[in-house]
Design a binder for this molecule. Structure first.
Ligand SMILES: [Cu+2]
Length: 172
């Protein structure tokens, strides 16, 4: 387990523990109600409305704060070298070598149907991906900081041999 996975596990356990404690507190402080349904129901609806508006406020604030860091819609770095990628049933036509520590741009399109262009690093982790669409060129900016053999896999079901649709290139 690497440090990233360990951090996710610890975060999950902390959240799960906090929820468990909250549930135990609620269970221990909840008693049989003697109030009739007609009294409880409006209270419940008020509480629910309050929750809705509180969550909406949190979501709007979080959206506003995180919007600046949204990765989509920004033009790819244009100053680096561009590499053409053609996806087709069932493979990729692309250059066999990509320079290391260089901001490169993949100009990705498809010859037939929609495909995915997913780049896996030498440890087989997905590091970047974009759609390969007929009639469109999508630009994917990537800077490879490690040399090695990278694998490209299709991430969009595109036909009977989709699972075998794989290509590779060397970063050097
Ligand atoms: Cu596919």
């Amino acid at each position: 387990m690497n440090s990233h996975s360990a951090a996710i596990l610890v975060g999950f356990l902390l959240c799960a523990g906090a929820i468990l404690i909250a549930m135990c507190l609620i269970a221990s402080t909840t008693h049989d109600t003697t109030e009739p349904q007609s009294v409880v129901q409006p209270k419940g609806y008020r509480l629910r409305r309050g929750w809705l508006w509180a969550l909406a406020a949190v979501a709007i604030v979080a959206f506003g704060i995180s919007l600046a860091g949204f990765p989509y819609g920004k033009p790819a770095e244009a100053d680096g070298p561009h590499f053409k990628v053609f996806a087709y049933q069932y493979g990729f036509q692309m250059p066999p070598r990509i320079p290391v520590n260089t901001a490169v741009v993949f100009d990705v399109t498809s010859r037939d149907v929609n495909h995915g262009f997913g780049i896996y690093d030498p440890t087989n982790h997905l590091m970047s991906q974009v759609q390969a669409m007929p009639g469109y060129v999508n630009h994917l900016a990537v800077t490879f900081t490690a040399k090695g053999h990278y694998t490209v896999r299709c991430l969009e079901y595109c036909g009977i041999a989709h699972a075998a649709m794989q290509e590779g290139f060397d970063v050097q």
